[in-house]
Design a protein around this ligand. Structure first.
Ligand SMILES: Cc1cc2nc3c(=O)[nH]c(=O)nc-3n(C[C@H](O)[C@H](O)[C@H](O)COP(=O)(O)OP(=O)(O)OC[C@H]3O[C@@H](n4cnc5c(N)ncnc54)[C@H](O)[C@@H]3O)c2cc1C
Length: 435
């Protein structure tokens, strides 16, 4: 019997598999895609807290080498400079999701994790001793624990009977990469319906478009005809769109799983929270879920900690993610071109010119202000461990430079010029653990 099966070789599943393997757990990843390639662009990079976590595992440099660091954090179009945030990584890493997955895959392969492709999970049954994972066209696989990192339409979440709770969709958007016969001017346009954008890369055979549909549509896979209709309504022309390499639909629904666990089955990443891509938060939330869950699951699998440790995963990640999703909701709401929404947007922009609101919001969106409710105590209790210089007689101490072997014990010693600076509103309530 495998100790842990992870469903999904997306960013969350791969990160979790790496965490478990580092802790010596026997883990297998099941992925229905037959190859590692990703259709469409999807996420475009990471913010600071996620890069810090990758750094604690000794793999941030791989991502930094593959992408580009930029000052790209924004709140609904208002830039939020982050160069003065208290971190060794005060920037956004621009790297497409396929690049992210490639680096993560290389890492988990080095750690010896089997990633079985072309395996579609259809459901599971569990008992006191383990979980039988049902797969299409093959016999069930037995595992001690199952983690669904299988995206927003998660089969694992649905089989577990876990509900998604939150704001229902009011608007839908099409996102596509498509060839055009007319010039499609790049830029962002807001109107009464919503946001429309064209991203033309010089020399590229296709343009990227995002267009808000005139009426809410959900469910069915969008067609080229749907895209053309939406383009004509928004731009007055469909630019002669043809031969799409990718068309997808997303809505402004923001929903979170009511539970993150059902017995021996857990969910993480998009399987546990769905929301529009506004603000570029999704991939980082998934990686942070994986890092929170990984060492705990390893402890429980090895028998080093009681099973109840797994409940702290939901207790910590649900409220932290809910705060981010609240912000995503506000940003999505502001994506309209009417005068009232414009006035709200302008007011936000004026406030964000001041340091304190900018730092508070940047702390939230980068994940640096994470503050878990661990009870009363020192103001730093529940915050991330400040990444401070360690001063030793032999500086730097080579023993502290060694890469950590276990996720629970990251340690580094490096010189830095930044100083610790608390983020978030002074006296702001912390994320509360649910009753
Ligand atoms: C159009 C679009 C644009 C986006 N833009 C951004 C952005 O700019 N910034 C950002 O941070 N995020 C963005 N996101 C969100 C980001 O892509 C997700 O948050 C991220 O991919 C979540 O990773 P995950 O591993 O949890 O899920 P996924 O990436 O969805 O991975 C799930 C994996 O599970 C596999 N799988 C699913 N079901 C099964 C099954 N039954 N059996 C076996 N395998 C299965 C899938 O094939 C997939 O590989 C965007 C998403 C979309 C759709």
């Amino acid at each position: 019997m495998t100790e842990v099966i992870v469903v999904g070789a997306g960013p969350t599943g791969l990160m979790l598999a790496g965490e478990l393997a580092l802790a010596g757990v026997d883990v297998t990843v099941l992925e229905r895609r037959t190859s590692a390639g990703l259709v469409g662009t999807r996420a475009r990079g990471f913010h600071a807290r996620t890069i810090e976590l990758l750094d604690q595992r000794g793999i941030a440099d791989r991502f930094l080498a593959a992408g580009q660091t930029v000052q790209a954090l924004a709140f609904d179009g208002t830039p939020l400079p982050v160069a003065d945030l208290p971190t060794r990584h005060p920037y956004t890493l621009a790297l497409g999701q396929s690049g992210v997955e490639e680096v993560l895959l290389g890492w988990v392969e080095e750690l010896g994790v089997p990633v079985r492709r072309g395996v579609e999970v259809t459901g599971f049954t569990q008992d006191d001793g383990g979980v039988d994972v049902h797969v299409a066209d093959d016999a069930p696989l037995r595992t001690a624990y199952l983690v669904g990192a299988d995206g927003g339409r998660s089969v694992v979440r649905r089989t577990a009977g876990i509900e998604l709770v939150g704001a229902e969709p009011t608007r839908s958007h099409l996102i596509a990469e498509v060839a055009v016969t007319e010039e499609a001017p790049p830029g962002i346009r807001l109107d009464e319906v919503g946001i429309h954008a064209v991203n033309a890369v010089p020399g590229a055979p296709t343009v990227g478009v995002v267009v808000t549909e005139q009426e809410l549509r959900t469910g069915a896979e969008p067609s080229l005809a749907d895209l053309r209709t939406a383009l004509v309504a928004a731009f007055g022309t469909d630019f002669g769109a043809h031969d799409p390499t990718w068309i997808s639909r997303f809505t402004d629904a923001v929903r979170q799983a009511s539970a993150y666990r059902s017995g021996r089955v857990l969910i993480a990443g998009d399987a546990a929270h769905v929301h529009p891509p506004t603000g570029g938060q999704g991939i980082g939330l998934g990686v942070q879920d994986a890092v929170n869950l990984g060492w705990k699951l390893a402890q429980v699998v090895r028998g080093d900690s009681p099973d109840a440790l797994l409940d702290t995963y939901r207790a910590e990640r649900h409220p932290a993610t809910a705060r981010v999703l609240g912000n995503v909701t506000v940003q999505a709401l502001l994506q309209r071109g009417d005068a009232r929404t414009g006035a709200v947007r302008d007011t936000f922009a004026e406030l964000l010119a001041f340091d304190q609101p900018r730092l508070a919001l940047a702390g939230l969106l980068t994940g640096l202000d994470i503050h878990l409710d661990l009870g009363d105590g020192h103001p730093l209790l529940g915050r991330r461990v400040p990444d401070l210089d360690l001063v030793t007689p032999r500086r730097p101490d080579p023993r502290l430079r060694a890469p950590p072997r276990r996720p629970a014990a990251p340690a580094r010693a490096r010189r830095t010029r930044h100083r610790h600076r608390p983020l978030g509103r002074p006296g702001a309530p912390r994320s509360r653990r649910p009753a």
